[in-house]
Design a protein around this ligand. Structure first.
Ligand code: ADP
Length: 582
């Protein structure tokens, strides 16, 4: 689980979005493959149609050649000029045929629709040799007609008598550029059809593009040509020299002549709609995802802002501010929480007020009778000292006075603890010179004999400290009375002070029993009293707690170093006033 509300929302979102993207990707993959397969299939069907049309045309020519041959050997026996005219008329009837010629059984052209051919011998040509060897008809591969600079091919048919002896050969020279009349298959965009010869060279392409002789070497450019020449229907892709683009192609054999027909289309064009659709879908999903993320961010903010306010409120309540109310309008659950919170803060505030009331009552209501007791005891003591009253009254009055003072101190401790705890303590800080302050404080210490044990040891250039004199006196008195209380009656107690950076460290050292190491961390705790001290010495275990609270309220800190049997030193720091000497 992520650590925040917004994080959790985003995780949920992610959990939803990842499958959607995966499904989309699967759809895209499926659609892409289907589209490819469909395109290959369409190309294959078209290639078959081209092959069939080409086949039919060759078939037509071969049949016409038979008619011409029969006319030449049979009834026609006309003079040369008339035979030439006859051949010209035939050639004119076929858009693709440039010339018909009549060759003798030895391969010499005797009649031709092209006068330049007459007298030439074609006995070395492979198609002629195939026919002479007994084939009914044969075709050449693509040739370059040097005279006219045209790519052409020849279809030759042998004419035989009833004994099968070759009488002559009819040839048709077909201009490959004119095959457009035969195969005008208009295709969308850059798609094409084509025919290649028995060596795999390009004979014709529609739409037509100018091709050099070398560029007709299709078998070198397209891996599907060779298997088609071997008699298989093939599909595949190749990069065409002409534009460097990848094409999806299907090729089928043209069986009668041993050539190949093909149909191709531009891969980028074919696949573009699929890719465009998918891009649109992904774009939409991305849009939705972004929207959802923004929404979850906003929702996260809506949730965290009131939580933040509640947190601040809780901190304020902890510091004693019960007046503030936290207001949350939405969501309902957080509004309820805020209401509960306000109610709770109110209740705590009430309790705190009650406690203040008690503290006030204790400090005033207990002190007033105590003051009366002290006053009366003082009066008795005074009179006893003047010998107006019996001696035992003096002893009694002294005992009453000591107890009353202790009680006063304890009441003060309880009140201070309550104030420290509720954060109600208000300091009255001012710059203070420690030397005179300590002198006076020690003077005021109860029991003048005890005060005599205290030595003061101040560093010479001590700066002024920033402190509330009344509170500082409580700190010093508490530490001193502990030092006096927990050490032998004749041992010395030292108050020392020295500057340390922008602070002054005050230390109270005694030569008492010391504090066991395991108890050292506990002595500043509220109501903590060490083992053994409980029965023998009086106290509430609040003195050091108050010391720490007051020192910390001044921005200082307290700590103790103690050695069993040797004594203890309590330290505390106070902020020094800069640039001034005390
Ligand atoms: P109290 O003195 O009322 O018991 P304090 O908070 O002043 O409470 O002190 C807590 C405890 O720490 C004392 O009970 C005592 O065991 C121990 N302690 C305090 N000061 C000294 C000291 N100077 N030497 C030895 N132990 C001390």
């Amino acid at each position: 689980m992520p650590g925040s509300i917004a994080g959790t929302l985003n995780l949920l979102l992610l959990i939803m979005i990842v499958p959607i993207v995966l499904i989309l990707a699967a759809f895209f993959y499926g659609g892409y493959n289907d589209r490819r397969a469909a395109e290959f299939k369409a190309n294959l069907e078209l290639a078959r149609a081209v092959a069939a049309a080409f086949d039919a045309h060759i078939d037509d020519i071969v049949r016409q050649e038979l008619a011409i041959g029969l006319a030449m050997t049979g009834s026609l026996g006309q003079p040369a000029s008339e035979a030439g005219v006859y051949l010209v008329a035939n050639a004119g009837a076929y858009a693709t045929v440039r010339d018909f010629s009549w060759l003798t059984a030895q391969g010499t052209a005797v009649f031709s629709s092209d006068p330049r051919s007459v007298g030439l011998n074609f006995a070395d040509r492979r198609y002629f040799q195939a026919v002479a060897a007994g084939k009914e008809w044969a075709a050449s591969d693509l040739l370059m007609d040097k005279a006219k600079g045209q790519p052409v091919f020849v279809v030759a048919r042998g004419i035989r008598d009833s004994q099968g002896r070759l009488q002559g050969v009819v040839t048709a020279v077909i201009d490959s550029n004119r095959l457009g009349d035969l195969l005008p298959v208009a295709r969308a965009e850059q798609a094409s059809v084509g025919v290649s010869d028995g060596r795999g060279w390009g004979v014709y392409r529609y739409p037509e593009v100018p091709m050099t002789w070398e560029q007709r070497n299709w078998i070198a450019q397209d891996p599907t040509v060779a298997p088609a020449l071997a008699g298989k229907e093939v599909t595949g892709t190749f990069v065409w020299f002409y534009d460097g683009q990848t094409r999806m192609v299907a090729r089928v054999p043209i069986r009668s002549i041993g050539w190949v027909a093909g149909a191709a289309s531009l891969e980028a064009e074919t696949m573009a709609p699929v890719i465009r659709d998918t891009a649109t879908e992904f774009g939409l999903v991305l849009f939705v995802v972004l929207g959802a993320f923004l929404l979850s961010l906003t929702i996260g903010r809506h949730l965290t802002a009131p939580l933040q306010r509640l947190r601040e409120h809780a901190v304020a309540v902890g510091q004693g501010d019960f007046e503030q109310h936290v207001a949350v309008a939405k969501p309902a659950e957080l509004r309820d929480l805020a209401n509960a919170f306000n109610i709770m803060a109110g209740e705590i505030g009430l309790r705190e007020e009650e406690r203040e009331g008690y503290v006030h009552a204790i400090s005033h209501d207990l002190r007033n009778p105590l003051t009366a007791v002290q006053g009366q005891a003082q009066l008795l003591l005074h009179r006893a000292e003047k010998a107006e009253l019996p001696a035992y009254v003096q002893t009694g009055a002294e005992a009453v006075l000591v107890s009353a003072r202790r009680m006063n101190v304890m009441i003060q401790d309880l009140v201070d603890t309550a104030r420290l705890q509720s954060g109600q303590l208000r300091l009255n800080t001012r710059p203070l010179a420690l030397a005179p302050f300590l002198d006076e404080a020690i003077e005021r210490l109860s029991g003048s004999q005890e005060a005599e044990r205290v030595r003061i040891d101040l560093a010479p250039d001590l700066p002024l400290v920033l402190a509330d004199p009344d509170r500082l006196e409580r700190v010093v008195v508490n530490l001193l009375s502990n030092a006096l209380k927990y050490s032998a009656a004749d041992s010395a107690v030292t108050v020392a002070a020295r500057a340390d950076g922008d602070q002054v460290v005050v230390s109270v050292t005694d030569q008492g029993a010391g504090i066991p190491p395991e108890e050292v961390p506990l002595v500043f705790e509220r109501f903590y009293r060490a083992e053994g001290t409980r029965e023998h010495r009086e106290g509430l275990g609040l003195g050091l707690h108050i010391v720490r609270g007051l020192v910390e309220a001044h921005g200082g800190r307290t700590w103790v170093e103690s050695q069993l049997g040797r004594g203890s030193t309590f330290h505390f720091t106070l902020p020094a006033q800069r640039g001034e000497e005390g």
